[in-house]
Structure formats: structure tokens, C-alpha cells
Design a binder for this molecule. Sequence first.
Ligand SMILES: Cc1cc2nc3c(=O)[nH]c(=O)nc-3n(C[C@H](O)[C@H](O)[C@H](O)COP(=O)(O)OP(=O)(O)OC[C@H]3O[C@@H](n4cnc5c(N)ncnc54)[C@H](O)[C@@H]3O)c2cc1C
Length: 384
Amino acid sequence: MDLMDDTLVPEHARDIKQEAREFAEEHIEPNAEEYHRSGEYPWEILEAGMDANLIAQDISEEYGGRGLDLPQVLAIAEEFYRADAGIALTLQLASFGAGIMEEHGTEEQCEEYLRPVAENDQITGLAVSEPETGSDLAGMTTSAEKDGDEWVLNGEKYWVGNGVEADWVTLYAKTGDDPDNRYGNYSMFIVPTDTEGYEAEHIPEKMGMRASKQAHIVLDDARIPEENLIGVEGGGFYMLADFFNHGRIVVGGHGLGLAAAAIEEAWEFAHGRNAFGRTINEFQSVQHILADMRLEFESARALNWRAAEKVENNDHGGFWASMAKVKSTEVANDCAERGMQLHGGRSVLLENKISRVYRDVRIPVIYEGANEIQRNLIYRQAPN
Ligand SMILES: Cc1cc2nc3c(=O)[nH]c(=O)nc-3n(C[C@H](O)[C@H](O)[C@H](O)COP(=O)(O)OP(=O)(O)OC[C@H]3O[C@@H](n4cnc5c(N)ncnc54)[C@H](O)[C@@H]3O)c2cc1C
């Protein structure tokens, strides 16, 4: 069964999709269970991905990457997440947030910070969420105050992928206090993780995507040079909103990969498990469950790829990106839930992939903006 054939994928993204599939089969899938159990950071697989030229390659050729575009990154996401979401998240996070610098940073910043990430000498991360605030981007309290030719950072960030492992992070902080311009109060900064006053530790163990690591960062009078501001002061929220339009298409791909994995597992199990003298796929109610899974998966995937094209063409990108994210990640939840039920008691055995998928699907409905927030955006940004 090949649920993720490439007929929906634009021609220029098919080769990279094939590369990602072969890499996932060789390096991700066979190691997934072990990393899920240990919860360790999959350095070896990350390095293999770097050798295969599949990590951080969304960065342009000008700065040493392959210049992969949105459909190409989506194609990789589908394949990696189908194999294992925890490892996939680590592989895709190595350049998370770097697109903001590429879009808004100076040439000097890109040379100094972006190039080493594209060349796989460094990894990075995006620090937005805080312990007390995740959804309300205009409610974040981490501050950056100007002091001479430096910015002084104070506050806390939470959930930051690679916050411990990264060489530097793109950090979102409050630089203004205008109550009439809530969204104009934030800016983006480059923060090297060896800055004095930057302390990061891993958050407690997670139930899903255990092969990815997130950090709790404490900034205590952390000083960075004034030239570490990205773009214009006060532009942080808008940079982030634009960046997330791309990211949410890719998170839709996380959902699609997970949904495909759930369907594949359920299909195979249902065709091999016997009950009442026949394999369970012979029961019509089971056939309907499998049919519904396929129906929902194909609907989500068609929407997700259509939305990718809309975002690429700047055609109501925010609306389409949120729709894709919600639909694909929720279909993944539905498929995992049904896949579990079809597995009966065996669903809860750790050695069965469906149990891992069931845990992992809980995460993409939350990250990159919880689906409730996406529904707010869909309504607000709907073309009419
Ligand atoms: C594994 C993982 C990796 C992550 N990686 C990163 C990362 O690399 N960098 C980073 O910055 N962040 C990261 N995040 C954080 C993620 O983006 C936030 O968890 C998410 O935005 C939700 O924020 P919150 O957890 O604070 O939930 P809250 O904002 O507290 O929301 C709690 C609940 O209230 C609902 N809610 C809140 N406001 C509204 C509203 N206006 N209308 C309706 N419902 C509402 C939410 O939908 C949710 O159901 C990661 C999270 C996870 C789980």
C-alpha cells in the first residue's frame, strides 16, 4: 500500500520525496522504537541526515543550502513522519526559525549564523512560547531592553526545540509597551546559546515524540550585541505570523505522515487478525472504518497540497495554512484512534507502532498554534 504516492506532489518535489523515503526506510523506521523507549536525542540519525543532505536544506543556495521550497519540505515531512514523528521532529527542527533570518536578516547575519546551519556545522531553534503563555503571541513577557550598544534579555521560554542542543536560537521578546499596538511590541533576536545569562534545561519526559528534545530557557540579564536584532524593532509578531504560514503547511505534513502510518498499521493488522473464523477485515463494520480512514486521509492530503500552493502563491496564505494544519492533524488523531481500536488489546503493546503513533498524534494538534487558535484564524482570514 502506498498512501503517499507522488501524484499530488509537484514534479520538482518528487526526487527529494524519494530521497526522504529511502532515508526514512533505512535510518528512521528501524530505530524508531528504540529511541521512543530511551527518549534520547537521535544524534546519529541527525548526522546521517546531514550526510544525506536532507537537514536544514530549506536555506538558500546563496548561504550553502539546497534552497528547498515549501512543497519540497512538505514532501520530506510526510515521509519522515510516516516513519517516526519523534525522530522526524528532531531532523526538521535543526533549522527551525532560520527562515526568519533569511527573510528579514542582514547579509552579515546570514553569513555568520545561517551558513553554518546550512552547512550542518551548527543547529538552531525557535524560542517563542513561555511557561505561562503559548497561544497569545501578544501576551509574552520575555523582555529585551536596549542598554548602550547591547540588548539585555530577561524572562523564560518553554518548549523550545533544541534549546539545549542548539548553537543559537531565534528568540521572540518584548521591546515595546504600547497598549494600543499590542502586536507592534515584539522583536526577533539572534541569541547564541553560550551567552552568559542563557540557561537551558530539558523539560520533563514527554509521552510522545520522545526522540525530540525541548527546553526550558531562563534568561537572566543575558546581553547580546545590538546587531543581533533581526529586521526592524517591533516587527517580530508580523515576521512570526508570516513564518507560521509556511510552518503550518509543514505541520499538516506531520499529520499526514502520522495518519498514513496509522492506516498502514490498521490495514495490515485487520487483514491478518482472526476472529469468529475469519479475518476481521471481512466484517463490514471494520471495512467501513478502514474506508472512512482512507476517505479522511485523502481529503486532508488534497487540502494540504492545495494549501501549499496557495501559500506559495501568497493567495490568502494564512487562511489556507490554518485549514491544512487543522484538517491533517485532526485526521491523524482520528486515524490513530480507530487504528488502536482495530488492534484490540495489542494496541497498547509498546512494540506495536500504532501505540507510538497514538501518542505522537496528540502533539501536532497543539504545536505551531493550537487548533482552536487556527480555527480563529480560519474564520478571521476567510476570503469573502
Ligand atoms: C512537543 C512540542 C514542541 C514544541 N516546540 C516549540 C518550539 O520549538 N518553540 C516554541 O516556541 N514553542 C514550541 N512549542 C509550544 C507550542 O507552540 C505551544 O504549546 C502552543 O502554542 C500552545 O500553547 P500552550 O501550551 O501555552 O497552551 P495555552 O495557550 O495555554 O492553551 C491551552 C488551551 O487553551 C486553548 N486556548 C487558548 N487561547 C484560546 C482562544 N483564544 N480561543 C480558544 N481556545 C484557546 C488552547 O487551544 C489550548 O487548548 C512546542 C510544544 C510541544 C508540545
